[in-house]
Design a binder for this molecule. Structure first.
Ligand code: ADP
Length: 740
């Protein structure tokens, strides 16, 4: 908080000068695709970083092999440059070599820097060449490699970056990392995809900036479903998402509910916004005041839509409606790590706002804040300043509100809370996608992703979630009409300031040189009920910037930082863990009837009142309904959402007298304890028949190697305690606890 409002200015000028410096770092053309590029050894001016990385190891190999026979070549590294001439890394390397050789204690010896050759004086005053022992050579090479490894620049494959390329390039330059714009034959540390996890196929290592399934999960219908499930369990906590209906399947419900409300109170004049499922940038969106005004939809794609309660009283600035674009980084899903950008954007409408009436329903410049629409309004104001114009920084808007006496700390903490809860709602399904694409045990990359949250502030300052974009625009230029009818992309300082900061700092956080705390360290920290999280104090965000030349991180960790406040909401994730456990064949996303039966049997959920025949009927009934709701689904069987419905049903049957969330929690605990017992039996069995197995293999047979598949019982119990504790302490407000 203090960072945002006290010192939020990212030093653009400073950033630019970093960019210029970094320009001196060459791209190592040897490793670019296509493969026909010339080898590194012919590169006339290898960058110091390239030498520190690949070339140092080459030097070592040469030292052991053919370079012996070609003493003249020993003086150069593979880039054709003398080691002693190298500006930074080279000097360090030769200094180390020197120290190692001097430790030999040869009297009357002269070593030639960087060559591995030692000249020893003979009694006649001449020098003869001697070669240090293999051991010494190896030590030297190890030292050199250690330094090289330490200094090797992080490599980023930008070949699929698409419209984020400009901002990405600037970020990489500022970090002095190494870009591979055409891809690379060998693995890169980071792959930056413009659209989806699958932009590059067959990535076996490194990190990708997209999660599998994120696009699907954040489409309007799926997001609405996920939010609604959470609303069923935690209605108060998830009241920041407008009431929504899914079309066409809930058309009848929508129709009857709205007609009924109107019948009971004729003065109620609600408005609804209809959004096509696959739409973006305001495409196909329209407002209605009566269910009968829904446009008939043709074609299978157009049928899918969300109709949502329209927020009639948004907060206005200069009489204009605006929304907030906030960038959120999911740094990791297991353990869950969420960061929020301290700076965001606000997008303004271009026609003064009036509450919806039959007359103004079609005024898109009044009701829709999309930049892509408003940029075509004659009222759109392009501005290089951050606090004027139709696109401004979030901090400038919050300053302005603060000046009017608004408690912006509370607004900000409500926004943090909204973000964490939303991520918690989508993570369960994402985990199913993740294990299907990268099954445990199979080589694959790890993932992270920047999301774009669109948030509307209501007149009473309550934030409302409009949608989450899996591919928020990272363009740093905007379209401008340079002559009548002629549009061009021109640099946009506001976009550049915000977006370059977000990308650069995401990269800094994903720096593979950073040591990650283990899953269990993170979890144990999160679940403990020891001290309170220090809310006021800004924890120092880690930075990979050793020299301190870069600004402090513009991304702020909010999870696991606020684990204690939100952990109790992660019930569905535990259901997803059960679901994944019974999926069986790796790569599946749906449960077959046999697997569902196994789940019921293993967790001992059937009895004389609920026979296995009833189980089969339940499976068929729910699966059939869900396959109708998701006609485009590729696999047959029970998906997670259908499984959740079945789980809720089973919980309701078994623990009738409780609230839904307590029913679900009780059933979860029952299932988890049964599985634990089973694991214990299997453990004993496998211990008796495979005493000789190494420990790691034994752990795998118990499904414990993957934290997804079996979080240890004490940790799960702590999560349940979190839930109970939270509900005992309620309604002491969460908000007070999440300010930063
Ligand atoms: P798209 O992906 O097409 O941009 P959004 O859900 O973001 O779809 O909606 C487009 C715009 O419509 C938003 O930027 C916002 O201005 C407006 N809007 C969307 N939902 C609501 C709502 N429930 N209440 C009021 N305005 C809304």
């Amino acid at each position: 908080m203090s960072d945002l409002y006290g010192k939020s200015t990212v030093h653009l000028e400073r950033m630019k000068s970093f960019g210029e410096d970094a320009e001196k770092v060459d791209v190592d053309t040897d490793e670019q695709m296509p493969a026909s590029s010339p080898p590194a050894s012919v590169s006339p001016e290898p960058s110091s970083s390239a030498i520190a990385g690949t070339d140092a190891s080459n030097t070592c190999k040469q030292g052991r092999g053919k370079s012996r026979g070609k003493p003249g070549k020993d003086d150069t590294n593979s880039g054709g440059k003398r080691v002693s001439d190298l500006p930074l890394h080279g000097t360090v390397v030769s200094a180390h070599v020197g120290r190692n050789l001097n430790r030999l204690g040869h009297e009357g010896t002269l070593h030639i820097k960087g060559t591995g050759r030692i000249l020893q004086s003979e009694t006649n005053g001449n020098y003869v060449t001697i070669h240090p022992s293999k051991h010494i050579q190896d030590t030297r090479c190890e030292d050199t490699l250690k330094i090289a490894r330490k200094r090797r620049p992080v490599t980023v494959d930008t070949s699929k970056a698409k419209t984020s390329l400009e901002a990405l390039k600037l970020s990489i330059k500022q970090l002095k990392w190494k870009e591979f714009p055409l891809g690379r034959r060998t693995a890169c540390d980071i792959y930056w995809h413009g659209v989806s996890f699958h932009d590059n196929e067959h990535i076996a290592s490194g990190q990708v900036n997209k999660f599998p399934g994120m696009i699907e999960m954040l489409r309007k219908i799926n997001l609405s479903r996920a939010m609604r499930t959470m609303q069923e369990l935690f209605p108060e906590e998830y009241d920041f998402y407008p009431r929504s209906w899914i079309l066409p399947e809930e058309y009848q419900q929508f129709f009857t509910q709205i007609r009924m409300v109107k019948k009971n109170d004729a003065t109620v004049n609600s408005t609804f916004i209809v959004k096509p499922d696959g739409g973006s940038q305001g495409d196909g969106i329209y407002l209605i005041r009566d269910p009968g005004d829904l446009k008939p939809m043709a074609g299978s794609q157009a049928k899918q839509a969300v109709v949502q309660e329209y927020i009639q009283k948004p907060l206005l600035i200069d009489k204009l409606k605006f929304d907030i674009r906030l960038y959120v980084l999911i740094k990791s899903m297991e353990p869950l790590e969420i960061y929020i950008a301290k700076e965001g954007l606000t997008r303004f409408c271009t026609e003064p706002y009036q509450e919806p009436s039959q007359k103004n329903l079609s005024h898109v410049f009044m009701h829709l804040t999309n930049y892509s629409l408003n940029v075509h309004s004659s009222n759109f104001v392009h501005s290089d300043s951050q606090n004027t114009g139709s696109k401004r920084t979030l901090s400038s808007v919050l300053y302005r509100l603060a000046a009017k006496g608004v408690d912006i700390k509370k607004v900000w903490s409500d926004i943090i809370s909204l973000v964490i809860k939303t991520v918690i709602a989508v993570v369960p399904e994402l985990k199913v996608f993740y294990q299907a694409d990268i099954p445990p045990g199979k080589p694959g990359p790890t993932c992270f992703q920047i999301l774009g949250f669109d948030i509307l502030l209501m007149k009473n300052l309550k934030p409302v979630l409009l949608e989450v974009n899996s591919n928020p625009s990272m363009r740093i230029e905007h379209e401008q009409e340079v002559a009548p009818g002629v549009f061009e992309y021109v640099p946009s300082p506001v976009d550049e300031e915000v977006k370059v900061g977000v990308i650069r700092d995401t990269l800094r956080l994903m720096d593979p040189g950073h040591k990650k705390p283990s899953v269990f360290q993170m979890r144990a920290g999160g679940f403990e009920h020891g001290g309170e999280i220090p809310m006021e104090a800004e924890t120092q965000e880690r930075s990979s910037d050793e020299g301190g030349a870069l600004p402090s991180l513009c991304l702020k960790q909010v999870y696991p930082k606020y684990t204690k406040q939100f952990n109790y909401l992660r019930l569905l994730e535990r259901i997803a863990v059960l679901f994944i456990r019974f999926l069986g064949v790796k790569g599946n996303m749906r449960l077959g009837p046999t697997a569902f039966r196994t789940f019921i049997r293993t967790c001992k959920l059937s009895n004389s009142n609920f026979t296995m025949a009833s189980v089969d009927i339940l499976y068929i009934d729910i699966t059939r309904r869900w396959s109708g709701a998701m006609p485009d689904s590729r696999e047959a069987g029970m998906g997670l959402q259908a499984f959740v419905e079945a789980f809720f049903y089973l919980a309701g049957r078994r623990f009738k007298s409780l609230l839904l969330r307590d029913q679900v929690l009780s059933l979860l605990e029952l299932c988890e304890s049964q599985l634990e017992l089973q694991s214990g039996v299997e453990d004993r069995r496998s211990a008796s028949c495979s005493r000789a197995l190494p420990r790691a293999i034994k752990t795998q047979t118990l499904g414990l190697s993957n934290p997804l598949l079996g979080s240890p019982a004490p940790l799960r119990r702590a999560a349940s305690q979190d839930y109970r504790l939270h509900h005992r302490l309620k309604p002491r407000t969460l908000r007070a606890n999440v300010e930063n």
